[in-house]
Design a protein around this ligand. Structure first.
Ligand code: ATP
Length: 345
């Protein structure tokens, strides 16, 4: 079931100066997010990610197009329905946005106080949420006494206070170190798996997408340039910008520089083998090389596992008679994609 649906959404901001052009922050975007999934939007600064997030919780209204949450066009809601919508959507931020003057418990209680819940009920719910995020012992502490990861866990507990069905995460781990990032991402996975919350994350880090998301949407200049299952996008990016994001975490294909170094070391022919879903083809390729009397060394590459699905590249330096190497490459090509490496610029 589609929980969030954008159709033909454009958001234009007025020009900063009289002479300037209006800014098209989001440009004709279609987006479907299914109930229960974790969807990531990735893009460089200014791609329009935050604006999409703000359109989903109705902090912005589209210049044209429709934004639906659970089948309801949220661009037409009155104040009361908007309040109800926002209590169904939690949000966490890069800088955590906690109230410094409130304790941890006070921060988590805040949305429940605003919604007018009875005090005893708030106390019980706050205890339950702090237990869930592993901060029961910190209820009376103030944000300044917490680490960044602990602050974000308070942010997550607060965002979940009203039991929303949707959680929006705006660069939620960008201010954290790598280990703490992994802890927070693990907590977000639990929020999804144990509480069934649909999560939309925006990030400029492909690693966050790889670790957390089921599906990824790539944005550039306000447009969606590519979208699909994380495995499909990481293993075969179609767009140049997507390929750059993928290359930031996956370095299995040698760059031009890598190849120049490899050539210096290995006088023979160099081929790169495309490995995908299973290792049978690898064994066949190696057997074909051996059958033609060609020796090989693995000189570059890597195998990636995305939720149990495997892809990667192995670069081999081959040695043997020229004719034998030609025949071996032809035979091996029957089992897998083999690319002979010429030095690239
Ligand atoms: N309120 C606003 N008024 C004018 N321009 C805006 C406003 N909000 C966003 N923009 C512009 O819209 C474009 C998209 O911004 P947005 O913040 O959505 O991008 P982003 O992908 O989230 O980038 P970042 O990661 O830097 O936040 C940018 O050019 C930005 O300057």
């Amino acid at each position: 079931m589609t929980l969030i649906r954008l159709r033909g959404v454009t958001k234009t901001f007025p020009p900063a100066a009289k002479s300037a052009e209006p800014v098209v922050a989001v440009d004709d975007v279609d987006l479907d997010i299914a109930a229960g999934e974790i969807c990531g939007i990735i893009g460089y600064s200014g791609a329009g990610k935050s604006t999409v997030l703000r359109l989903v919780n109705a902090l912005e209204t589209p210049t044209s197009g429709t934004v639906e949450v659970d089948g309801v066009d949220i661009t037409r809601l009155g104040e009361r329905d908007l309040r109800r919508l926002r209590s169904d959507i939690g949000m966490i931020f890069q800088q955590f946005n906690l109230f410094d003057s409130r304790t941890v418990a006070g921060n988590v209680a805040y949305p429940l106080e605003v919604a007018g819940h009875p005090r005893a009920e708030i106390r019980a719910r706050v205890a339950e949420l702090l237990e869930f995020v592993g901060l029961s012992g910190k209820a009376g502490n103030y944000p300044e006494q917490l680490s960044g990861g602990q602050k974000q866990r308070v942010g997550i507990a607060r965002a979940l206070a009203t039991s929303p069905r949707i959680l929006l995460a705006d660069e939620a781990t960008s201010a954290l170190d790598p280990d703490t990032t992994q802890e927070v991402l693990a907590l977000l996975k639990r929020v999804n798996a144990e509480l069934g919350v649909t999560i939309l994350v925006i990030t400029h880090e492909m690693d966050v997408i790889r670790t957390l998301a089921d599906r990824v949407v790539v944005m550039e200049h306000g447009r969606v340039i590519e979208a699909g299952a994380v495995f499909d996008i990481l293993s075969a990016p179609q767009h140049a910008a997507t390929a750059r994001f993928v290359a930031s975490i996956i370095e299995d294909v040698p760059t031009g520089e890598d190849l120049a170094v490899l050539r210096g070391r290995h006088p023979g022919r160099i081929v790169t083998l495309d490995v995908r879903e299973g290792t049978a083809a690898q064994a066949d390729v190696f057997a074909a090389l051996a059958a033609h009397g060609v020796r090989f060394e693995v000189v570059h590459g890597g195998i990636n596992d995305i939720r149990g699905r495997v892809f990667g590249h192995l670069t081999l330096a081959l040695t043997g008679e020229t004719d034998a190497v030609d025949r071996a490459i032809a035979a091996a090509s029957a089992f897998a994609d083999l690319t002979e490496e010429t030095v690239r610029g």
